[in-house]
Design a binder for this molecule. Structure first.
Ligand code: CP3
Length: 355
C-alpha cells in the first residue's frame, strides 16, 4: 500500500510468473523455508516458544529473514502457522516439540461450535499484519512477501482431531454425523479467512497462498464438495472486498496436497497459481489446467536427501517438464528438518541455471 511507503521491489520474478509475464530467471522458494533444518532457527526456538515467535513481529521477521540470508530465493513467506486461526477463534493450541500441534480441548460435538468466537477474531490476528508490515520494510524490496492461511477443511480437521492425524477419522466421522454443522463450521472458517486475507493485503502481503494440506484425506467427490466451493468463495469474497476499496488484487495460490485428481476443478475457481505435490506429473498437470494458470512445485522433499549432483539432475528434469513460462519452482511439500543445508543450495541454484 502506498501509505505505508514500502521500498520498491527489485526482484519481481515471482509476481511476473504469477501474472504469466516473462521472467529474468525462474522464481524459486520453498515451503517451510524458515524452519528446523536451519541451525539459526533452532537457536531462536531454544529461547522462545513457537507461538511466541509468531506473535512477536521482531522474532517472526528475524526467522522469516533467515533463509534469505543463506539462499538466493525469489520470495519470502511470513513466519506464522495455519493454526493461528483456531487460536483467534478461542481454541487453545500448543506446539509440542517433536510432536507438533496439540489442542487440549478439540471440537467433539456440534454444541462445541458455540464456544468459538468469530466476532473480532481478525483483530486477534493483528500481530500477523504487524509482522507483515515490518517485514516489507526489512526486506528492502529484495523479494516479494507471501501471506498465507489454512483452508477451511484443513483447519476443521485439526480443530476436531486436536492435532495431526494419520487417518482424520474423527473429522471424517463428524462429516457423516453432522453434515449441517460441517457446513456451518466451513462457512465460519471461510468468513474468518476472508477477513484475515484482507487484513494481510492491507498490511503488505504481495501474494496469498491457501494451504489445503489435508485434501489428501478426501475422496475426489468429497474434495469437490468440502473444499472447492469454500476455496472459490474465499477468492471471490476477497476480490470483491478489495475492488470495493480500490485495492489492487493480489495473486492467489492454492496448494491442495493430494488433490491431483481435481486439477481442472482447481483451475476453474479463479486462483492464479496451482501448487502441486510431488505425486503429480508436470506435463499432465499442464494439460489439465490449460495455458492460463501458473504452476508451482513439485520436487519430492525426500529428494533433498540425495547428493547435490542427483538433486541438480532431478531439478533440471523437473524444470524441463514444467517449462519456463507460468512456472514457480518449489518442493511438493514442506522441507523436512533432516534436510542438509547444501541440498537447498543445490536446488535453488540449479533452478536459476536453467534460464
Ligand atoms: O517458512 C514457512 O513456510 C512459513 C512458516 C510455516 C509454518 N507452518 C511454520 C512451522 C507455514 C507456511 C506453515 C503452514 C502449516 N502449518 C501447514 C500447511 C503446510 C503443510 O506443511 O502442509 C500445516 C498443516 C501446519 C500445522 C503444523 N504446524 C504442523 C502439522 C506442525 C508440526 C509438524 C511439523 O512439520 O513440524 C507445525 C509446526 C511448525 N510450523 C513448525 C514450523 C517451522 C515446526 C515447529 C517447531 O519449531 O517446533
Amino acid at each position: 500500500m502506498k501509505d505505508k511507503n514500502f521500498p520498491p521491489l527489485k526482484n519481481d520474478n515471482l509476481l511476473r510468473a504469477a501474472r504469466g509475464e516473462d521472467v529474468d530467471r525462474i522464481p524459486v522458494w520453498v515451503m517451510r523455508q524458515a524452519g528446523r533444518y536451519l541451525p539459526e532457527f533452532q537457536e531462536v526456538r531454544k529461547e522462545h516458544d513457537f507461538f511466541t515467535i509468531c506473535r512477536t513481529p521482531e522474532l517472526a521477521c528475524e526467522v522469516t529473514m533467515q533463509p534469505l540470508r543463506r539462499f538466493d530465493l525469489d520470495a519470502s513467506i511470513i513466519f506464522s502457522d495455519i493454526l493461528v486461526i483456531p487460536q483467534a477463534l478461542g481454541m487453545t493450541v500448543e506446539m509440542l516439540p517433536g510432536k507438533g500441534p496439540h489442542f487440549p480441548e478439540p471440537l467433539n460435538e456440534p454444541k462445541d461450535l458455540e464456544k468459538l468466537t468469530p466476532e473480532g477474531a481478525v483483530n486477534r490476528l493483528n500481530y500477523v499484519g504487524d509482522a507483515i508490515t515490518m517485514m516489507r520494510h526489512k526486506l528492502e524490496g529484495k523479494v516479494p512477501l507471501i501471506g498465507f492461511t489454512g483452508a477451511p477443511w484443513t483447519l476443521m480437521g485439526y480443530m476436531i482431531e486436536g492435532g495431526g492425524s494419520k487417518t482424520m477419522s474423527k473429522a471424517k466421522a463428524w462429516l457423516e454425523k453432522y453434515p449441517e454443522d460441517t457446513e456451518k463450521l466451513l462457512n465460519l472458517l471461510t468468513d474468518c479467512i476472508v477477513d484475515y486475507f484482507e487484513m494481510q493485503v492491507k498490511a503488505g502481503a504481495q501474494l496469498l497462498q491457501v494451504f489445503e494440506s489435508s485434501a489428501e484425506y478426501l475422496t475426489k467427490e468429497q474434495f469437490l464438495f468440502l473444499s472447492i466451493p469454500y476455496l472459490r468463495s474465499i477468492r471471490e469474497k476477497l476480490q470483491d472486498r478489495l475492488i470495493k476499496q480500490s485495492i489492487p488484487p493480489v495473486p492467489m495460490t492454492i496448494f491442495a496436497k493430494g488433490a491431483g485428481h481435481s486439477l481442472a476443478e482447481q483451475a476453474s475457481i479463479g486462483y492464479d497459481i496451482i501448487s502441486l505435490d510431488w505425486t503429480v506429473d508436470p506435463i499432465k498437470a499442464r494439460e489439465a489446467v490449460g495455458p492460463n494458470i501458473t504452476l508451482q512445485g513439485n520436487l519430492d522433499p525426500q529428494d533433498l536427501y540425495k547428493t547435490p549432483e542427483e538433486i541438480k539432475s532431478l531439478t533440471r528434469d523437473m524444470v524441463n517438464k514444467f517449462g519456463k513460462r507460468r512456472y514457480i519452482a518449489n518442493l511438493g511439500h514442506g522441507i523436512t528438518p533432516q534436510t542438509p543445508i547444501e541440498s537447498m543450495d543445490a536446488f535453488v541454484n540449479e533452478v536459476h541455471k536453467t534460464l
